[in-house]
Design a protein around this ligand. Structure first.
Ligand SMILES: N[C@@H](CCC(=O)N[C@@H](CS)C(=O)NCC(=O)O)C(=O)O
Length: 197
């Protein structure tokens, strides 16, 4: 398999982390999104949405969207909950991540790191800050009662939510306000096969 990946992208890191923990070999194809490398005609022919991560299977098929890639890679493994309701709960957290968490926490981080926080974005930035804190609050409530997101054990839901939460401080979020989230970040880091972003 080939993974098209930007090394500062949390969405790409989710896939790298899962592949490492599953012990699956793959070839990494670095894509620098800041240089527009995900928007070239060659890349758009592979993923018309112009984004990483993108997985290329050995038979030449492509799969985009980090959480879809996570589902594909983890099917039948310990990272995908076995019981159908638990699997649905994992999906619940994956959709939460993509709708309530990533658009707020990842985007503000990217704007700050890449120098994209223009005056025109100040209002959106403030809104995203509020919504990001709300998402962290939802996670805190859950993790105050449970060690992991689904069925009390590490799964793809943790991988998906870990990616941008563990670097949320780079987007200006104060994680010290969330002790249960902070303790969970440490538990994820202790999982076998863990790799740094
Ligand atoms: N929903 C997508 C989001 C992918 C995404 O936004 N990727 C960013 C990097 S984190 C990207 O490739 N941006 C480059 C661009 O939009 O040109 C996923 O989860 O994979």
């Amino acid at each position: 398999m080939r993974l098209y990946d930007d090394n500062d992208s949390g969405n790409s890191y989710k896939v790298r982390l899962a592949l490492a923990q599953l012990g699956m070999p793959y070839e990494l194809v670095p894509i620098d999104i800041e240089k527009g490398e995900s928007r070239t005609p060659e890349f758009l022919a592979k993923n018309p949405n112009g984004r990483v991560p993108l997985l290329e299977l050995d038979d030449g098929r492509y799969l985009a969207e980090s959480n879809a890639i996570l589902c594909y890679l983890t099917e039948g493994t310990a990272l995908m909950p076995a019981a159908s309701f638990d699997r649905a709960l994992a999906m619940q957290w994956l959709f939460f991540e993509q709708y309530s968490h990533e658009p707020n926490i990842a985007t503000t981080r990217h704007w700050l790191r890449a120098g994209h926080l223009t005056p025109a974005r100040e209002w959106a930035f403030a809104q995203k800050r509020l919504a990001g804190y709300a998402a962290l609050g939802v996670m805190e409530g859950h993790l105050a009662k449970s060690d992991f997101f689904v069925a009390g054990r590490y799964s793809i839901a943790d991988i998906a939510l870990y990616a941008y939460t563990h670097v949320a401080d780079q987007g200006g979020f104060d994680l010290a306000r969330f002790p249960a989230v902070t303790a969970w970040l440490h538990r994820v880091k202790m999982q076998p096969g863990y790799v740094l972003m």
